[in-house]
Ligand binder design. Structure first.
Ligand SMILES: NC(=O)c1ccc[n+]([C@@H]2O[C@H](COP(=O)([O-])OP(=O)(O)OC[C@H]3O[C@@H](n4cnc5c(N)ncnc54)[C@H](O)[C@@H]3O)[C@@H](O)[C@H]2O)c1
Length: 367
């Protein structure tokens, strides 16, 4: 039924949540508002079949609420598949806080956010994502136990970004093994787009291996710092996608692989940390396959961070974290082989394996 207070041209807004393209049978979406601290947040719980929904909190200056909702729906769904394919007993969730992390993030706002997380009684467990620091999670820990990624001095596994970067490096090496016949990245030209927490640590692995690393970022200070530290070349061109490169590593925000960029891309491999790199999973996954570009699925190779925070819940140590993260190499190789055998895209191969694990658990639970 269409409410007559809505104009026909505004009809898409009648189904603001369940009718969104990015809505994928999410179990719960929670809107959080607090006038005093200015908190406006959305928590998305996609699926809890394998366990509590764990996923980071992103603080970002979204253009509007639709953009924030779309982001939390897409990101929380991605977390479900990330944990499933990594073999963790976790569901998928994520939170977004609408605002500028540099100017609007306060301890009071973070505490209030923590109270909302607490009100979900552990169905959602948070951690850091873009715009968040370990110290923010320490504040959240003050009001709820349902938080990971807290500092080591407080019993946490610390900043997950270096582990995420290590996993991406492993996934990249596996992609190189598949595409070039060798996983040695020496002399390969790798463009790292976004040299934040994860990007910088990835640059370190790559330069240690002797790769030619080119870095791109919108933050000039970061560019100078990372370039000086690792001797990486700074990209000053207009359109990174048109450059000659062996590997493109998206480590900023999502959807950079789209109708526009795919046709320009000269990279033979895409392997990076950013979530939701494919703007359209099906269409752009197929376009990459048709163009012979080996795509290491984002949710598979950027799982190091979640492996790290899962350790806080399960109580395993650094050695096990590293072993599980290193295993991303083997899983990525398996996915490339699976996609070849099944004539599927790598994204769909990874997705089908993740979905299979969830369905199996569901059946077992219903026995
Ligand atoms: N931190 C983790 O452990 C982790 C885990 C899994 C996935 N990820 C994903 O990896 C990506 C990076 O995470 P992070 O923790 O390093 O974030 P971050 O905020 O520390 O770094 C992001 C960097 O990207 C830059 N950037 C933003 N827009 C850009 C653009 N258009 N072009 C070039 N650079 C741009 C920023 O200036 C910043 O330096 C995100 O998509 C995040 O969701 C992170």
């Amino acid at each position: 039924m269409v409410s007559d207070v809505v104009n026909t041209s505004e009809l898409h807004k009648v189904d603001p949540v369940f009718g969104q393209l990015s809505f994928d049978n999410h179990e719960q979406v929670v809107f959080c508002n607090d006038k005093d601290t200015g908190l406006k947040a959305i928590i998305g719980i996609h699926n809890t079949v394998l366990g509590p929904a764990l996923g980071g909190t992103r603080m970002w200056q979204y253009k509007n609420e639709w953009e924030a909702l779309n982001d939390v729906l897409r990101l929380s769904r991605g977390m479900t598949f990330k944990s499933a394919i990594t073999g963790l007993n976790l569901g998928g969730g994520k939170a977004v806080i609408i605002g500028d992390a540099k100017t609007q993030k306060t301890p009071e706002l973070m505490r209030k956010f923590g109270e909302f997380v607490h009100s979900l009684s552990g169905r959602y467990i948070t951690a850091e994502d873009v715009g968040m620091e370990t110290s923010d999670m320490d504040i959240v820990r003050g009001v709820t136990p349902y938080v990971t990624g807290i500092s080591e001095s407080k019993g946490g596994a610390g900043n997950p970004s270096p582990i995420t970067a290590y996993g991406v490096f492993m996934g990249m090496k596996a992609a190189a093994k598949y595409k070039f016949g060798s996983d040695i990245l020496e002399d390969k030209t790798v463009y790292v787009q976004g040299i934040g927490h994860v990007g910088e640590a990835l640059v370190e692995h790559l330069t240690n291996e002797g790769a030619n690393v080119v870095i791109a970022d919108i933050n000039e200070e970061r560019l100078q710092l990372v370039s000086e530290k690792y001797g990486a070349e700074i990209y000053r061109g207009e359109d990174l996608y048109t450059e000659d490169m062996d590997i493109y590593a998206p480590c900023a925000l999502g959807a950079t692989i789209n109708d526009d960029s795919i046709y320009k891309l000269k990279a033979k491999i895409i392997a990076g940390a950013a979530n939701n790199q494919l703007k359209d999973e099906v269409k752009h996954g197929e376009m990459l396959r048709d163009r012979g570009i080996a795509y290491a699925p984002d949710f598979l190779i950027n799982a190091g961070g979640i492996i790290n925070v899962y350790a806080e819940l399960e109580g395993y140590g650094k050695a096990e974290i590293m072993r599980k993260t290193e295993n991303i190499y083997n899983t990525t190789l398996e996915i490339f082989k699976h996609s070849e055998t099944n004539n599927s895209t790598t994204h769909n191969s990874a997705l089908s394996i993740a979905l299979n694990r969830i369905e199996t658990r569901k059946k077992e639970a219903n026995k």
